[in-house]
Design a protein around this ligand. Structure first.
Ligand code: NAG
Ligand code: NAG
Ligand code: ZN
Length: 290
């Protein structure tokens, strides 16, 4: 599956591909995680990343989307998704053996980089890459269309959004989050993260947040992240295209469709940030701390 870039909409026409959650989504996930990691975890990752600012996670959250388009980073292109060969909207489901081939996928990548970031014998330049990959891929796996093979994860489903021609994958990555938040800067991400963090601590997500950590086991990153992939992929059948491709193709989705999708986007970003915090805490301290 290929994606276009995270760049602002104006630049898209010039770019061959676009990314996972756009910059806004990835940076928001990183800021939510920043709000929940322990102080030990913070120090651990600030040291690995060589960044002692409070933006140490958000600053590297989109690096993997740039790296994949470089010659050195080409190998990592399949790591941004898992191509579930399911049959939406009739049946959804991800199967690791069926859907993650020898080139790798987001689940095998989370596994690989979780191992590598803990290898203190590894060169520091390699541990930096591992940390950046984890921060990014825990975001990607929570975008439902990153867990779907159909029509290249929706990239080949043409839609319009507020009158502009785009595709289904892109509106999930970018248009709908940006409509909600009203921008895509690092400051916008921080504000959105604060909002969702409140939702987790005292609001809408308070009662479900602990269930988001179910099955999380640092010694088994594949089964841990497969739970996240299954969870996200289920939304392909319930929310992304509950009435099939023909009901969204060539339709303007900025109205009723947006209203139905946006609560799922908010929850998936919140979940990704909370799970990322727990995963980083496990790596640095051995416990989710949450
Ligand atoms: C693990 O990551 C390293 C460094 O990016 C890469 O060279 C290697 O191919 C990866 N292995 C797997 C199984 O993904
Ligand atoms: C912030 O949170 C409130 C209350 O939960 C919600 O109604 C609002 O849509 C949120 N705003 C954004 C930009 O997420
Ligand atoms: Zn990505």
């Amino acid at each position: 599956m290929k994606f276009e870039s995270t760049a602002p909409i104006v630049a898209l026409a010039a770019l061959p591909f676009a990314s996972a959650w756009g910059n806004l989504g990835h940076e928001t996930v990183a800021y939510i995680a920043t709000n929940f990691v322990s102080s030990t975890t913070k120090t651990y990752f600030q040291n690995i990343l060589g960044d002692t600012t409070t933006d140490y996670l958000a600053n590297v959250a989109t690096w993997a989307d740039t790296y994949r388009y470089t010659t050195a980073g080409e190998y990592s292109e399949p790591y941004h998704f898992i191509d579930a060969n399911d049959n939406p909207p009739t049946s959804c489901g991800v199967d690791y053996d069926r859907d993650c081939d020898s080139a790798g996928c987001v689940v095998s990548a989370i596994n690989n980089y979780t191992t590598r970031v803990q290898e203190t014998s590894l060169k520091s330049s390699e541990r930096i890459i591992a940390a950046k990959m984890i921060i990014h891929f825990v975001g990607d796996i929570h975008q439902p269309l990153h867990d779907e093979n159909l029509d290249v994860g929706g990239n080949d489903i043409d839609v319009t959004y507020a009158g502009t021609s785009t595709n289904l994958h892109h509106i999930w990555d970018t248009n709908m989050p940006e409509q909600l938040v009203g921008g895509y800067t690092l400051a916008d991400a921080k504000t959105w993260a604060a909002n969702l963090t409140t939702g987790i601590k005292t609001g809408t997500y308070k009662s479900s947040a602990s269930s988001w950590l179910t099955g999380m086991d640092l010694s088994d990153p594949v089964s841990s992240s497969m739970i996240w992939a299954q969870d996200s992929n289920a939304y392909v059948c319930t929310t992304v295209m509950p009435n099939g491709v023909s009901s969204v193709e060539n339709v303007d989705l900025s109205g009723d469709y947006y209203d139905t999708a946006i609560p799922v986007i908010e929850e998936q970003i919140a979940k990704a940030g909370y799970r990322l915090a727990a995963w980083l805490n496990l790596i640095a301290t051995g416990s989710t701390g949450l």
